[in-house]
Design a protein around this ligand. Structure first.
Ligand SMILES: Nc1nc2c(c(=O)[nH]1)N[C@H]1C(S)=C(S)[C@@H](COP(=O)(O)O)O[C@H]1N2
Ligand SMILES: [Mo]
Length: 335
C-alpha cells in the first residue's frame, strides 16, 4: 500500500525515509478509521501516509479515549465543536487576536521539526518530526481548557504522557523544573517580526513546570485533536496541555524542554507579573487584577455569544488529581 514516490521533484523524504519510519506510518494506517483507509486506497504512488492528505488536511491519528484520565464530567458536557477549537485561538506568534492564528498560521511548515530534550538529564535526546508520533504511546483524552480571558473549551486531545518523556531523559538530582520553549522563526511567525501583531511579547515564548507537576499523569504533550494531527493554530506539531492550569501554560509548537535547577522565566509572567504567576492554577477565588475569574463562558455549539456561562472550578475541576501538589502553599500569593 505504501509506495515510494519516484516522480516527486521535492521528494526529500522518499529518498531518505528509512524502514523504521515506514513501519511506524504503517502502524498509523492500520489504526486509521474507515474514512482514512478509503482515502488511502484511492491514492497511489504517495511518498508517505502524511503526504496523501495534502497540506491542509491533517492525517487521522490512532485514537482511543483513555477513560482513566478523562473525568466523567466532560462526557456530560458538550465537546466544543472542532470548527470552534480551530478558529478561536491564542497563539500570539500568529497575531494577538483570536481569529488571526487560524488565518495567519496556515502556511506554517512543521516538517522537519526538532524537539530537543536537554539540561540536567543523564540521557538528553532529540525527537524528529516522525518521532513525535511514534516514540511514545498516543491516546486521546478529553480535557477542559480554561483561558484567563474567561472562555473555556472541552477538547479531545491526542498525546502522550509528559511523565514518559521525563523518565526517558532520566533527570539528575539537580533537575527541579522543566523550561519549555516555542520555535523562534520570525520568517514563519509574523508576530515575531511585528511587535504590535505579536502582542508586545519578547519571543521565543517560554513556559515552565515544576518537576512534580510535569510528572503528574494529567500532563500531556499533545500532537493532535479530534482524531487528527494538530492544525498549526493549535500548536503543531507538538504542544503541552496541562488541564488544571490557565491556558497560557499550555505552550505551543515546542522545540525545547530543558531540565533546570531554578524556576525558569515564563512569558506572561515577564510581561505582567502582577497578572500572571508561574503556577497559574485555575482558581475561581483569585481574581485577575482586571476581572473576576469566578465564571467562564464555555464555547459550545451555541455560538460564541450564547448564554453558556458556568462557574469555574478550582484547578479547572481536576482538584482530586492535583490539589495535593500544592499542599502548604499559599495559592493566593503563588497564583
Ligand atoms: N507559543 C505559544 N503558546 C501558547 C500561546 C501563545 O501565544 N504562544 N497562547 C497560550 C494561551 S493564552 C492559550 S489560552 C492556549 C490556547 O490554546 P488553543 O488555541 O489550542 O485553544 O495556548 C497557549 N499557548
Ligand atoms: Mo489564554
Amino acid at each position: 500500500m505504501l509506495i515510494k514516490s519516484t516522480n516527486r521533484s521535492d521528494s526529500k523524504e522518499s529518498d531518505v525515509t528509512d524502514e523504521k519510519i515506514y513501519l511506524n506510518r504503517r502502524e498509523i494506517v492500520k489504526n486509521m478509521g474507515f474514512l482514512g483507509a478509503g482515502t488511502l486506497l484511492s491514492t497511489s504512488a504517495a511518498a508517505s501516509v502524511f503526504d496523501l492528505f495534502g497540506d491542509d488536511t491533517p492525517p487521522a491519528l490512532f485514537k482511543q479515549t483513555n477513560l482513566e484520565f478523562t473525568p466523567d464530567k466532560p462526557f456530560a458536557e458538550e465537546l466544543t465543536p472542532e470548527e470552534k477549537t480551530i478558529t478561536h485561538n491564542n497563539f500570539y506568534e500568529f497575531g494577538a487576536q483570536k481569529h488571526q492564528p487560524a488565518e495567519l498560521a496556515q502556511g506554517f511548515k512543521v516538517d522537519p521539526w526538532q524537539l530537543k530534550i536537554s539540561g540536567e538529564v543523564e540521557k538528553p535526546f532529540t525527537l524528529d518530526y516522525d518521532d513525535l508520533y511514534s516514540s511514545f504511546d498516543l491516546e486521546e483524552r478529553i480535557y477542559r481548557l480554561r483561558c484567563v480571558e474567561a472562555w473555556s473549551m472541552v477538547v479531545p486531545w491526542i498525546g502522550f504522557s509528559l511523565a514518559d518523556l521525563v523518565k526517558k531523559a532520566k533527570p539528575t538530582s539537580k533537575a527541579k523544573y522543566l523550561a519549555f520553549e516555542t520555535l523562534y522563526d520570525p520568517k514563519q511567525m509574523p508576530g515575531q517580526r511585528n511587535r504590535r501583531l505579536g502582542g508586545g511579547i519578547d519571543y521565543p515564548y517560554l513556559e515552565g513546570l515544576r518537576m512534580d507537576e510535569a510528572m503528574n499523569p494529567l500532563a500531556i504533550m499533545s500532537v493532535g485533536l479530534y482524531g487528527k494531527t494538530l492544525p498549526p493554530q493549535n500548536g503543531a506539531p507538538i504542544r503541552l496541555v496541562v488541564p488544571w492550569k490557565y491556558g497560557f501554560k499550555s505552550i505551543k509548537s515546542v522545540v525545547g524542554i530543558k531540565f533546570v535547577e531554578k524556576q525558569p522565566p515564563t512569558t506572561w509572567n515577564i510581561l505582567a507579573a502582577n497578572e500572571y504567576g508561574f503556577y497559574a492554577n485555575v482558581n475561581p477565588d483569585v481574581d485577575h487584577p482586571r476581572w473576576s475569574q469566578a465564571s467562564e463562558r464555555r464555547i459550545t455549539t451555541g455560538g460564541i455569544f450564547a448564554q453558556n456561562r458556568i462557574a469555574t472550578l478550582p484547578f479547572n475541576g481536576y482538584g482530586d488529581q492535583v490539589a495535593g501538589l500544592y499542599k502548604g502553599m499559599n495559592l493566593r500569593k503563588l497564583y
